[in-house]
Design a protein around this ligand. Structure first.
Ligand code: AMP
Length: 321
């Protein structure tokens, strides 16, 4: 994850929640990292917040339940091997694979205030491929927006193995959650860049106000109009935060105009607040104990670097340099 700001509920339901589950399942060797070089691809002109954002992001991870005793948590820029593998992979990646990447075009349009026609921005999926295959990952837990990048990573891994006649890298699979794309309060994909996000750190009045301003079924203008929960984002959120009988009741009552959007949102806000309470408690603890986090990350960096060194020895051997 890129340290470009606090994490939001899209990050949680699309990826981070899954990270915690994979970690706790005990069946995976998990590597999660702060993609600070990736943050620079779009934030190169204002890098002053990256360090603080990195720390805040790790605080959000720990608050959500990641545990450095179970997973390797590290910072990308602390493991320089990522840059070396990126360079070697860039040699074998055809330019057309990058120019046709849908996120490349999409982000250039969406973030039109930033000049993203840079070499680094075009090439970041190659860096991402290096980040993934460095650890010989066979599963990558991401949201659906990342699928084109995982596909590209698979092609690059295959091409490397083919060109150098050695199966150095497994071909990784994406690991999606049941909510691969959560919408924000304005109905677009929830994103830091769109100013439509509910943050993991939002609480109290701020949280309630954000939920109160969420878009609902656009056809439902008045309380007495029957609604359609299938196209209502507030209902999607109820599916994530309310128990099944409550969701069934809202579904029924909304369709017959038995419940209005304001009450429905108030109920949702109470559920979200309740669900986030233990997360906020942990967040407050880690916020006060930044030194402890830095220590844990240093250990994670060492663990990751050890594996990266081994992989790079194999890579140099295969490339014959
Ligand atoms: P980013 O903030 O773009 O670096 O994304 C970090 C992770 O969160 C990636 O795995 C994304 O796929 C996931 N993600 C970001 N926004 C959403 C969203 N609105 N819904 C689901 N997953 C998301």
């Amino acid at each position: 994850m890129r340290p470009t700001g606090r994490l939001h509920l899209g990050n949680l339901h699309g990826a981070l929640g899954n990270w915690v589950e994979l970690q706790n399942s005990g069946s995976y060797d998990c590597f999660y990292f702060v993609a600070d070089w990736h943050a620079i691809t779009s934030e190169y002109a204002s890098t002053e917040d990256i360090r603080q954002n990195s720390l805040n992001m790790v605080i959000d991870w720990l608050a959500a339940g990641l545990d450095p005793d179970k997973s390797t948590l590290f910072v990308q820029s602390a493991v320089k091997e990522h840059a070396e593998l990126f360079l070697l992979l860039s040699m074998i990646t055809p330019l057309a694979w990058l120019t046709r990447n849908p996120t490349y075009k999409e982000m250039q349009t969406e973030l039109s205030t930033k000049d993203l026609s840079t070499f680094g921005f075009l090439g970041y999926p190659v860096l991402q491929a290096a980040d993934i295959i460095m650890y010989k990952a066979y599963g990558v837990p991401v949201g659906v927006d990342q699928l084109p990048h995982i596909e590209l990573t698979r092609e690059i891994a295959r091409r490397f193995n083919y060109l150098y006649q050695k199966d150095v890298f497994p071909v990784p699979e994406p690991l999606l959650t049941s909510v691969p794309k959560l919408l924000g309060i304005d109905g677009r994909k929830m994103s830091k860049s769109y100013d439509n996000a509910v943050y993991l750190s939002d609480r109290g009045k701020e949280l309630r106000q954000k939920i109160a301003s969420m878009f609902t079924d656009p056809q439902r203008m008045r309380k007495k109009d029957p609604g359609n929960p299938e196209i209502c984002n507030v209902f999607t959120f109820h599916g994530l935060y309310s128990p099944a009988p409550a969701v069934a009741e809202i579904n029924r009552e909304c369709r017959v105009a038995g419940i209005g959007c304001t009450d429905c949102k108030k109920m949702l806000a109470a559920r979200v607040e309740e669900a986030l309470a233990p997360v906020h408690e942990r967040m407050d603890y880690y916020q006060r104990n930044g030194k402890e986090i830095e220590e844990r990350i240093r250990k994670g960096n060492d663990e990751a670097a050890e594996i990266a060194r081994r992989t790079m020895a194999e890579v140099r051997e295969a490339v014959k340099i």
